[in-house]
Design a protein around this ligand. Structure first.
Ligand SMILES: [Zn+2]
Ligand SMILES: [Zn+2]
Length: 260
């Protein structure tokens, strides 16, 4: 059995053509909540068991209140795994009884959204997956996630990140790397200030990765910004990286499914 990845959102901006980042693994596990509700039917939402949130930015947490309300209506629930900072942001800014109900406190018997705090490098088991949060280079406490299934298949999602420490990849060796590449190379100044990647910055990571492991995993890019340069420009630059590094690099699209 393969691990199945479904990309609900592959971008950082929301429009009729683009959705914010959400990845679904084997129908039950969600990484980030940029498009969990608009990307899944009610039945599919009700099957979610655990949602892991990488950091507090809106494009990654926005569908938590909407998901919670839907689950509450359907008399079901889900576990939300995140840092204390993300939990605090959600319960004070969104699930505060003013913007939206306190879905982490209702109903009395079993809360609709149950928060579990995660720490860097401390693996968590959710169903048949083991998730290891790893600190990346973005705003405070942003964590990427390594997901391993019962058969030993491994995926790594970087979440939002700028250039990583040289030895970052030493102990990370997935079959599929889901990495953010936000904008083309001419946006490097903006991208670096905001803690993101361009194709050339990705290329440096791939060189570092190869120095530890010899070869490269399959690569899927997410978090593209549709208004910071054209997607054809980004695609052309990623094709250049793939050719130079002898790598398989695909830009993710909404609705794409990948077997790991
Ligand atoms: Zn971010
Ligand atoms: Zn983001």
């Amino acid at each position: 059995m393969h691990m199945r990845l479904r990309v609900l959102g592959a971008h950082n901006l929301s429009s009729s053509e683009t959705k914010c980042v959400s990845l679904i693994i084997d129908d039950v596990l969600a990484l980030d909540a940029g498009s969990l509700t608009e990307g899944l039917s009610f039945a599919e939402q009700s099957r979610l068991e655990a949602v892991f949130l990488s950091h507090r930015h809106y494009d990654h947490i926005r569908d938590i209140p909407a998901l919670g309300l839907n689950l509450w209506r359907m008399a079901t629930s889900a576990d939300v795994f995140c840092s204390e900072e993300v939990r605090h942001t959600l319960i004070t800014c969104l699930l505060n009884g003013e913007v939206y109900p306190r879905l982490h406190m209702i109903p009395d018997e079993k809360s609709t959204l149950r928060f579990t705090l995660i720490e860097p490098n401390a693996s968590v088991t959710a169903g048949s997956h083991t998730i290891t949060p790893i600190l990346v280079s973005h705003v405070n406490h942003t964590m990427g996630f390594q997901v391993k299934d019962n058969n030993g298949r491994v995926l790594f999602y970087t979440s939002d990140t700028g250039p990583l420490p040289d030895d970052f990849w030493k102990n990370i060796s997935p079959s599929l790397l889901v990495v953010e590449v936000t904008a083309p190379n001419h946006q490097t100044k903006f991208v670096r200030a905001a803690g993101h990647m361009t194709p050339l910055l990705l290329e440096k990571e791939l060189v570092n990765f190869r120095s530890f492991h010899g070869d490269l995993p399959k690569i899927l890019t997410v978090h593209m910004d549709p208004l910071l340069g054209s997607s054809s420009e980004l695609e052309e630059e990623l094709t250049g990286v793939a050719e130079r590094q002898d790598a398989s690099i695909t830009m993710a699209r909404e609705g794409m499914e990948v077997e790991v």
